[in-house]
Every structure is written in C-alpha cells, then in structure tokens.
Design a binder for this molecule. Sequence first.
Ligand SMILES: [Zn+2]
Length: 399
Amino acid sequence: MQGHRDSILAAAAAARDATARTLSDIVKIPSPSGGEEKVCRLIEALCLEARFDEVRIDGLGSVIARVGRGPRTIAIDAHIDTVGVGDPSRWQDDPFSGLVRDGLVHGRGCADQKGGAAAMIAAGRILKCIGYDGEFSISFTFTVLEEDCDGLCWRYLIEKEGLVPEFAVSTEPTSCRLYRGHRGRMEMRAVVRGVSAHGSAPERGESAAYKASRAALAMERLNGTLASDEFLGKGTVVVSKMDVRGPSQCAVPDQGEIYLDRRLTWGETAEAALAQAREAMGADAQSIAMPWYEGRGWNGASYGQELYFPTWKIPADHPLVKAGRATHDLLFGREPEMGKWTFSTNCVAICGRHGIPCIGFGPGDEDKAHAPNEHTRIDDLVASSAFYAMLPIVLGKDA
Ligand SMILES: [Zn+2]
C-alpha cells in the first residue's frame, strides 16, 4: 500500500503540467448540453493515448473508459457538458481561453466540472503506469446532458447499458473535501383555470390571476413548514415562474401556470411533495404535475424522464466513506474535511434512484460553478488525480 502511495504521488506530481494542459485543452472546446461531441472525441483520444484498457462511447454519447480487469466495479464520473457563459462582459478573459496562469486554469467548465475530467484522465494514466491489476474494474465515465437533466446520463448507463457499479465517485467540485450527499429536487407545474369576462365587469368572471396569486402565497407558507434533516438541511419550495393570460388585457384572465422548484430533504419523495403542494393550493389549482424532460444526445439519441431528482446520502461510517477518508489520510497525511453539495449532481440517479453508494471528491470550488471567471487550482487537479488512482487500491486492500 505504501509503495503504491509513493508511486502514485510521484506520478501525479510529475504529470502536473500535463494535467493542467489537459484541462486547458478540454476547456477550449465549448460543450453545451447536447453539443458535447468534439470534447467527447478529444477525451476518447486522450484515454486511448493513456492506454486505458477499453474506451467506448455509449448510446447517449458519454465516453466510458475502463482501467483494470478486476471482478468488482467502481465508477468515477465527470459530466463534461457546461452551462453557457452568461454576460460575456463579466469575464476578464475569453471564457474559452483555457488560460493557465498563477497556478490556476481559467475558463467555463474548469470547476463545473471539466477539472474532474482532467484529473480522471490523469488518474487512469497513473494506474496504467503503475500496472494496476487489482480487484476493481474502474470505469471512468465522461457523461453528457447533466446540466439540463442531472442523472439522466446515469439512468441511461444503468438501465440501458447495464453499467451497475458497486461504488461510484462524483468528481463535481468539492474543494477536495469528501462529500456524502445532497438534497434532491423536482420541478412541478400547476395549471390554474378561471372564467374570462369583460374587464369592465370582473364580477361576471373568475380570475386566474387571483387564484394563481393565492396558490403562490400558499407555497410561501408551505415553505415555512417543510421538514429538515440534520445533515442535508431543510426542504424548500420556491415559485420560480408564474404566467397568467386571458383573451385580452381588457379581460379577466382565464388561464394560468405556476412553476415550482422544490428541494427535497431526507425522507421527502416526489409523491409526497406533489400531495403537499396539491393540498396547499386547494381549489385554486386545477392540476399539478412534474414536467417531462426529453434529452437529445449529440449523436441524435433521445432519452427522457420526469423532472425528479431523488435525495441521497450515505452514512458517515459507510465502507466507501471510510475508504475515502483512509485514502486521503494515506496520501496527504490528514483526514479530509467532510461535507455535502448545495447543488445537485449525477448521484441523484446513481445513489438516489438506484441505491449505489456514492461519494464526492473533486477539484475546484462549488461557488465558481455557473459564475463568470470560473477557474480551478492546479494543486486540486494533482491531489484529485492521486485520490482517484489510490481509492480503488484502498477499497480492494491490494497491497
Ligand atoms: Zn456540475
């Protein structure tokens, strides 16, 4: 174990510049959700060059690169799509510069989360260099469409491709802390119906605007009553969008819609959250349901699901968490800081829906995600690459 540790740390340090360059190259290629082909082709080429044991592209367009032939399986995941750049005037440099400066790599996706992808490629290279032949087959998954619908790519992998690992690691940014959960989420759409009448005689009609307003205020009250969890925090509900309309601006509106963003804490399910909202809105809402999302991969494949992303967490004393802590201690001489994400990740499908234990460990900071001037520390990339290479060895207790 100690021998592996020393060679992994040495290899990760020696690859420092190459790993930063890999991230820079990946960041230079824009990859909006559904438009990831070019970045997938580059990652495929980099994994082949690093002599991964198998590199393939799945039916939805994600790159699956395996190292090792062991009977047990672990997946290490990075989504490689990014959100847009927002207001370009907020960026000091071109968002796709991939600039390497002052120990940082700059550009859209550096933190969320191409840094994880670059560290994974480095980890695979390290494992091949040390001739890893242990208990695990390690699937490095570079997944698509996450920013539009987190977990959809992993539902596809599990349900359509039959990739069902024993453990999974998400490499979304944790500032190199060890994470073991986050709240789930769902979207809801309530339909409101009124009766239109001439604006000069509102008493003849039934206003969809007033119904929608009452329903929205009911959500404000509901938010105050939602359950809480010691580790994950409180469930929340937010009215994220409202729309009312009628036959004219001189009429009582007869149609309305309310969109809800619901964050789900431990024990809260979609069914229960729908029932709560339905009860709180009462007769003001005609119906309330989860919208459907239909994703289209860059290869033309389509796959859909309702907008529901189940909550997940695993216990602090779970064997995967213990192995993560031991790996950190072994490599860096101290226990990792523990925590959870505020945002949502692919673990909603891997752990929330399918019960496969997940942990999070990734380069970069969560608060840089979706923000201008996004960047990631090269030190984090090096540490993460060593962590991903060491973890399967610790889990397998391969000497
Ligand atoms: Zn992300």
